[in-house]
Design a protein around this ligand. Structure first.
Ligand code: APR
Length: 327
C-alpha cells in the first residue's frame, strides 16, 4: 500500500501517467500536483472505481502538502522545447523546476523514492542528487532517472524487425544515459537471443537511440512522446512499488553508481570509468536499489564502442547538472 505523488500531473505525460497510477491496485493515495489545470484532472481521475484516494494540489503554495507523507514522487514536470528556444534555455527552465520540486520532497518526505522523467534526465538526476546532498538526505538507492522508454522501444523495435519475437516478454538491457548516443542497447545480451546481422544491429541501435524523433516528427512540432512515456513511467513505478512490497524486480534505470559500488565495477570496466551516474540493470528491493544486476555476458565490440561514446557525452551532461546546483 503505497502513497504516490505525480508532480506535473496536468501535462501531456502527467495526465496519462496519473491515470495509470490510479489503476495500480497497490496505490492507496495519489497526490496530483501542477501549476495549472490539476483540479480538473484530479476530479476526473478520482471517479475511477479503484481504492486510491486522489487529491489535487495547485500551485507552489500547495507543493509542500503534495509531497508530505508520500513513499514515491514521480516527476514529469517541465516545459517542452518551443520554437526559438535553445536546448540551453530548456535545460535552465527544467533544471530550476526539478531543483524546486526535489527541495520540497527533501524537506517533507526525505525518505521518499524519486523517479525523474523531466528531461534532460542525464542532467536532472545529478541536479536532484546535489539538492538531496545539500539537505543531508541523499540516499543513492532511492533516486532514479526513468529510462524505461528506451527499454520499451528496444523490445518493440526488435519485433518490428523480427515479427516472431514477443515484444512484451523480450528484455534488452539498455545502459548509459537517456538521450541520443548516450543510450546503449545491449542487443547481444537480450533475454532471448536474437539473430541480427551487423547492419541490423547498427540500424536498430540508431532507431532506439533516436526513437523520440519519430514521435516529434509525427506530432509535427506539437510535442514529444507522452503516451508511451507515461506507460514507461507507470511501468517503472509499478516495478518499484512491487519491490517495496517485497518482490525482486530487475529494471534498467539511471542511478548514482554509489548505490552499489561493488556491483558497479563491471560497468566501470566496460567503459563507465569514474562516472557518478549511469543507466544499468538494477535489482530493486524494499529500499530501492538492492544491487546492480550483472549484465550476464560480454557485450560485443560494437556495444563497447557505443559505451565509450556515451560515457564521453554523459560526463559533460552530469557535470552540467551538478554545476547547476553547486555553482
Ligand atoms: N511545477 C510543477 N509542474 C510544472 C512546473 C512546476 N514548476 N512547471 C511546469 N509544470 C507542468 C506544466 O504545467 C505541465 O502540466 O509540467 C507539465 C508539463 O507538461 P507538458 O508541457 O505537456 O510536457 P510533457 O510533454 O508532458 O513533457 C514534460 O518530460 O520528456 C520530458 O522533455 C520533457 O521535460 C519535459 C517533460
Amino acid at each position: 500500500m503505497v502513497s504516490v505523488a505525480v508532480l506535473g500531473a496536468a501535462g501531456g505525460i502527467g495526465q496519462p501517467l496519473s491515470l495509470l497510477m490510479k489503476l495500480n491496485a497497490n496505490v492507496t493515495k495519489l497526490n496530483l500536483y501542477d501549476i495549472v489545470n490539476v483540479p480538473g484532472v484530479a476530479a476526473d481521475i478520482s471517479h475511477i472505481a479503484t481504492n486510491a484516494e486522489v487529491k489535487s494540489f495547485l500551485g507552489s503554495g500547495e507543493l509542500a502538502a503534495a509531497v508530505t507523507g508520500i513513499d514515491l514522487a514521480i516527476i514529469p514536470a517541465g516545459v517542452p522545447r518551443k520554437p526559438g528556444m535553445t536546448r540551453d534555455d530548456l535545460f535552465k527552465i527544467n533544471a530550476g523546476i526539478v531543483k524546486t520540486l526535489v527541495e520540497a520532497i527533501a524537506a517533507s518526505s526525505p525518505r521518499a523514492f524519486i523517479a525523474i522523467i523531466s528531461n534532460p534526465v542525464n542532467s536532472t538526476v545529478p541536479i536532484a542528487a546535489e539538492v538531496l546532498k545539500a539537505k543531508g538526505v541523499f540516499d543513492p538507492r532511492r533516486l532514479f532517472g526513468v529510462t524505461t522508454l528506451d527499454v520499451v522501444r528496444a523490445s518493440r523495435f526488435v519485433r518490428d524487425l523480427r515479427p516472431g519475437v514477443d515484444a512484451a516478454a523480450l528484455r534488452v538491457p539498455v545502459i548509459g544515459g537517456h538521450s541520443g548516443t548516450t543510450i546503449v542497447p545491449l542487443l547481444s545480451l537480450a533475454s532471448t537471443p536474437i539473430d541480427l546481422s551487423e547492419a541490423e544491429v547498427k540500424e536498430l541501435t540508431h532507431r532506439i537511440q533516436f526513437g523520440g524523433d519519430e514521435v516529434v516528427k509525427a506530432k509535427d512540432g506539437a510535442g514529444s512522446a507522452t503516451l508511451s512515456m507515461a506507460h514507461a513511467g507507470a511501468r517503472f513505478a509499478d516495478s518499484l512499488i512491487r519491490a517495496i512490497n517485497g518482490e525482486t524486480v530487475v529494471e534498467p534505470t539511471f542511478i548514482a553508481l554509489a548505490a552499489d559500488p561493488e556491483g558497479a565495477e563491471e560497468i566501470r570496466a566496460l567503459g563507465a570509468g569514474e562516472l557518478d551516474f549511469f543507466a544499468v540493470p538494477v535489482e530493486l528491493g524494499p529500499e530501492g536499489v538492492k544491487r546492480i544486476a550483472p549484465l550476464g555476458g560480454q557485450p560485443s565490440a560494437f556495444e563497447r564502442e557505443a559505451v565509450a561514446v556515451a560515457a564521453k557525452a554523459l560526463d559533460t551532461n552530469i557535470a552540467t547538472g551538478a554545476a547547476f546546483v553547486t555553482g
